[in-house]
Ligand binder design. Structure first.
Ligand SMILES: Cc1cc2nc3c(=O)[nH]c(=O)nc-3n(C[C@H](O)[C@H](O)[C@H](O)COP(=O)(O)OP(=O)(O)OC[C@H]3O[C@@H](n4cnc5c(N)ncnc54)[C@H](O)[C@@H]3O)c2cc1C
Length: 317
């Protein structure tokens, strides 16, 4: 007989490890499957200043390690494995990895979402040295400085407003001649005196030494290129949710996020989605952590209810 875990968590970022901590502390037999390293996207950043409890901030890799050790202290196990397929609609869910199939009574999807890159030479090397994908994460590093934002959707608009309060000057580079962002953002953006727009334009080159020093902006209608000196570049052109595994099994929204409200419950019983991969307004460590705790709570409730229903069924017979 194969072992059946109470809770299998796919993804070892902050959402996954918080679910594991709460699950294990509730006495649930809890397994985390992670393909790379504990911490998820956090591991890509040298400094997290907006996770409470660390007054000097903390590097993302160490925070990930702390989350892993915190969950392991209560018995949660981690297996380093990539999940290749899942079958989620039975009472026992099947999770396929290269090392074999695993079984869980509940599954928590914590696979995250990757910010879309511009695809300009030098971008990856300059992450943390001028290139960022998150204004609420990194905006403070650019206090009083000049930054460029690429994008024209809601995130780009909200980030431009946020950065205009921190930075001296904000340039918004957008490939169309009007914003895609909802109307609510338009007025504050147009009113901000330190925001300038480069319409019909893309960033064609990053200028840098050790750090970013500027960008070349290309007008896609005229082909004309201009240079903007800046300290930071915020790329806000969307994210790619890691939801391929559950396509066709769970309800996804138009952008591919797993549809789940604050309860983290998905369209299938016993299956929960936490953190960046679920439909939500604000994707941060602290919101992923909140989701993880909530998912473990509802998974525990589901396990109790299904166990009770089985016992009642047995009594009725
Ligand atoms: C450069 C950078 C800096 C950031 N800075 C901050 C910051 O300062 N403050 C802040 O609050 N937020 C910050 N964020 C955002 C924050 O990191 C995310 O919101 C948060 O990590 C989301 O957590 P998560 O648990 O949902 O998913 P993730 O952290 O994305 O973790 C998902 C995990 O799932 C694993 N996984 C995916 N698919 C599979 C599979 N098939 N099998 C096994 N494992 C799988 C991945 O390897 C990954 O480890 C930053 C993000 C980036 C990229």
């Amino acid at each position: 007989m194969e072992h059946i875990y109470d809770m299998v968590i796919i993804g070892g970022g902050p959402g996954g490890y918080t679910a594991a901590l709460y699950g294990a502390r509730s006495g649930l037999d809890t397994l985390i499957l992670e393909r790379l390293s504990a911490g998820g996207q956090m591991a890509l950043t040298d400094q997290i200043d907006n996770y409470p409890g660390f007054e000097d901030g903390i590097d993302g890799f160490s925070l990930g390690e702390k989350m892993l050790r915190g969950a392991e202290r209560f018995g949660a196990q981690t297996k380093m494995a990539e999940v290749r397929a899942v079958r989620l609609n039975g009472a026992v869910k099947e999770i396929e990895t290269a090392g074999g199939t695993l079984y869980g009574r509940t599954v928590i999807l914590a696979t995250g979402a990757t910010p879309r890159a511009l695809g300009v030479a030098g971008e990856q090397e300059l992450i943390g040295r001028g290139v960022s994908y998150c204004a609420s994460c990194d905006g403070m590093f650019y206090r009083g400085k000049t930054v460029v934002i690429v994008g024209g959707g809601n995130t780009a608009a909200a980030d431009a407003i946020l950065l205009s309060r921190i930075c001296e000057k904000v340039f918004v580079v957008h490939r169309r001649d009007t914003l895609r962002a909802t109307k609510i953002y338009h007025e504050p953006l147009m009113k901000a005196e330190n925001i300038a727009f480069c319409w019909n334009s893309t960033v064609s080159e990053l200028l840098h030494g050790d750090k970013l020093t500027g960008v070349k902006v290309r007008n896609i209608q005229t082909g004309e290129e201009t240079e903007i000196s800046c300290d930071g570049l915020f790329v806000c052109i969307g994210r790619e949710p890691a939801s391929e595994l559950v396509k066709g099994q769970l309800e996804l929204d138009g952008a591919g996020y797993i549809v789940a409200d604050e309860s983290t419950r998905t369209s299938l019983p016993g299956v929960y989605a936490v953190g960046d991969v679920r439909t939500k307004a604000f994707r941060q460590v602290v919101t992923a952590v909140g989701d993880g705790a909530t998912a473990a709570y509802y998974a525990d409730e589901y396990l109790t209810e299904t166990k009770q229903a089985q016992e009642d069924g047995a009594l009725d017979r």
